[in-house]
Ligand binder design. Structure first.
Ligand code: PRP
Length: 190
């Protein structure tokens, strides 16, 4: 990875503004609140990318929620490809037996991470299990996933920001942007 030019300078294009994300998160929160009205919900977020989305989404939901955090890793480190092998770095803190569970993800790409997680969490006997993702990149899907709540369907571009990283950087951008190719190709800028 070449040395970043700067947080915003490395972004070629803003794909989703802070305002667009905020409006969508409120819309998703309202839908979830209606769909689960009269029940309590356990939000399971998948670190680290989902952190900003989880923080905003939970505050847009006005039914009782519990939250739990998992961290998983696809083998391969800071690559732009998912290897398909998933390991659990941090497991749930509490039981989800008979609980309504909603997985909160920042992005679904190949679907391999969720494919693993869904099977893992179903094995813990929740009352229900649904999926909410802010971003969906269907062009790269390798396994079919039924997604219940989608914020934005995006093209096959390398996106960073609002939790999404490249080499652990750019997560703190308030917007979602397309990274300049020279940042991840290592080619010096012209
Ligand atoms: C990202 C994202 C999803 C996964 C999606 O996590 O948060 O969990 O990749 O990719 P997939 O559909 O191809 O499996 P990542 O492994 O980059 O970790 P991070 O959240 O810590 O950035």
């Amino acid at each position: 990875m070449s040395r970043p030019a700067g947080l915003h300078a490395d972004v070629a294009e803003v794909l989703l503004t802070e305002e667009e994300i905020g409006a969508k998160v409120r819309e998703l929160g309202a839908r979830i609140s209606t769909d689960y009205a009269g029940r309590r919900l356990t939000l399971v977020s998948v670190l680290k990318g989902s952190l900003p989305f989880m923080a905003d989404l939970m505050r847009s939901i006005d039914i009782p929620v519990r939250i739990d955090l998992m961290e998983v890793s696809s083998y391969g480190g800071a690559t732009t490809e998912s290897s398909g092998l998933v390991r659990i770095l941090k497991d749930l803190s509490a039981s989800i037996v008979n609980e309504d569970v909603l997985i909160v993800e920042d992005i679904i790409d190949t679907g391999l991470t969720l494919n693993y997680l869904i099977r893992y969490l179903r094995g813990k006997a929740p009352a229900s299990l649904r999926i909410c993702t802010l971003l969906d990149k269907p062009a790269r899907r390798l396994v079919e996933i039924k997604v219940d709540y989608v914020g934005f369907t995006i093209p096959d571009q390398f996106v960073v920001g609002y939790g999404l990283d490249y080499g652990e950087l750019y997560r703190n951008l308030r917007y979602v942007g397309v990274l300049r190719p020279e940042v991840y190709s290592g080619t010096p800028e012209a």
